[in-house]
Design a protein around this ligand. Structure first.
Ligand code: SF4
Length: 299
């Protein structure tokens, strides 16, 4: 299940890349800016700014799922199923209602990927798997990556590393670059903000390093979670001490995905302002530079 296939990307690895976004994640980070990526199944996104209100085609089609309450469209999401979503896929005339998630075969994905092969060659680009968490669909990830290597495309994976090691291991021979998140080293804080285990992530970082893979460590900086000097030091110290890498990227928190929570009827608990603490960002960069890491600040 894929939720986006983006061509000509320049932000997800070297050169011009095709990015394949796989649906499903084992974490539910409070600040996640792609909440539509978390479930493995299809979902409806509803943008009330685009809704024609009076048309009510969706209500007429499935009145037990769609209804109007005080003039507002409500979706009883627990009553949605795959068949209904499939049947209603193209129903909404204004695209207020769109489906997130599509089943693609590996051949279909490769047809898109192959179109951009000349760009990969010219720019030292390639193909990146992203998500969600790509390794939550280990077989699909492995098949895409293997096909890419058969075509000699450079391959990268953006991953939170929060999966059983065996899900990663099967793809190892076909991956040139890991863009791997290191969000926190503290088990309790990590659990509270992501509902996952820091230990699993740290263990996978150690195993990746042993496997001698090229890794870039990526650190989202989130106020209240890890945007403080102590957390930054522990993340950088772990990177230097345990991960075979020379590069770390800091990604200060932004709020570009907030509206998607509304579109999914989900509450948003993360800060509503971007991280604007330049002094702290400067501290993080300098601390990492002092440990001989190449540091990049990502917008
Ligand atoms: S079909 Fe689309 S435009 Fe019409 S009421 Fe439903 S969401 Fe709004």
């Amino acid at each position: 299940m894929i939720f986006n296939l983006q061509r000509y990307s320049t932000h997800d690895g070297p050169g011009i890349r095709t990015v394949i976004f796989l649906k499903g994640c084992s974490l539910s980070c409070v600040w996640c800016q792609n909440p539509e990526s978390q479930l493995t199944k299809q979902e409806f996104l509803y943008d009330n700014r685009l809704c024609l209100q009076d048309c009510e085609l969706c209500v007429k089609h499935s009145p037990n799922v769609f209804c109007k309450v005080k003039g507002e469209l409500k979706i009883k999401r627990s009553k949605l199923d795959d068949q209904l979503i499939e049947n209603m896929k193209y129903l909404c005339p204004s695209l207020a209602l769109t489906v997130c998630g599509e089943l693609y075969s590996v051949d279909e994905i490769m047809t898109v990927v192959d179109k951009d092969a000349p760009f990969y060659k010219r720019t030292d680009g390639g193909v990146t798997l992203s998500g969600g968490e790509p390794f939550m669909q280990p077989k699909l990830s492995q098949q895409i990556l293997q096909r890419c290597k058969e075509h000699q495309y450079h391959t990268a994976v953006e991953t939170c590393l929060h999966v059983p090691w065996k899900y990663i291991e099967s793809s190892l021979p076909y991956i040139d670059l890991f863009l791997a998140d290191l969000k926190h080293t503290d088990e309790k804080i990590f659990k509270a903000w992501t509902n996952g285990s820091a230990k699993r992530v740290l263990d996978n970082f150690r195993l990746l390093s042993k496997a001698d893979k090229t890794i870039i460590v990526r650190v989202p900086l989130i106020q209240g979670f890890n945007a403080d000097k102590q957390s930054i030091r522990s993340i950088v110290d772990f990177t230097v001490g345990e991960i075979l890498t020379s590069e770390i990227h800091f990604l200060p928190y932004h709020t570009l995905g907030i509206n998607k929570y509304k579109m999914l009827d989900k509450p948003y608990y993360a800060p509503t302002e971007p991280l604007n603490d330049n002094e702290l960002i400067e501290y993080a960069m300098q601390y990492a530079k002092d440990k001989n890491l190449n540091v990049i600040l990502r917008g």
